[in-house]
Design a protein around this ligand. Sequence first.
Ligand code: PRP
Length: 175
Amino acid sequence: MARFELGETLFTTDEIAVRVRDLARQISRDYEGEEILMVGILKGAFVFLADLARCITAPVRFDFISCSSYGSSTKTSGVVRLQKDLDTDIADRHVLVVEDIIDTGLTLSYLLKNLEARGPASLEICSLLNKQVPGKADLEIRYEGFSISDVSIVGYGLDYDESYRNLPYIAALKK
Ligand code: PRP
């Protein structure tokens, strides 16, 4: 297995905090007078979700969903399987799906279809990072933190082999 170490910092703790507050301001404005059901996609989204939610002024409830795509650790096969479903009935609820990163977009394409079929009042995506990769699934991302190039990164919820999720900033992985 290839060995990796931490490379350059791509987004500092302060840069992330500023962007998270911006997104929260936008979300609070858009959902004024409505309750948001924030759906975190496990596991990577938990850090971003916790920080984002604490800056949102609209009323918020939480649920979590977990899915996996078959394939190697670095290449997805495009087949997504639900591992943990929501506890909540989302019919007529304003659902905001929160992701740490969108890579190929396959996970979210699958999830959005699945959630849309349950009849939410609205369904939007908020992702901290959006990776620019060729052949990406066509997704409408209402709230995007940062657009990034196709590099391997860790920190702020993102892992390499389950490590580094607790880094308070986002760094590249160096081979
Ligand atoms: C990552 C990330 C997204 C997904 C994006 O999760 O958190 O859920 O991959 O990839 P895609 O756009 O190509 O589908 P991962 O499967 O690594 O699980 P984790 O959140 O537990 O780290």
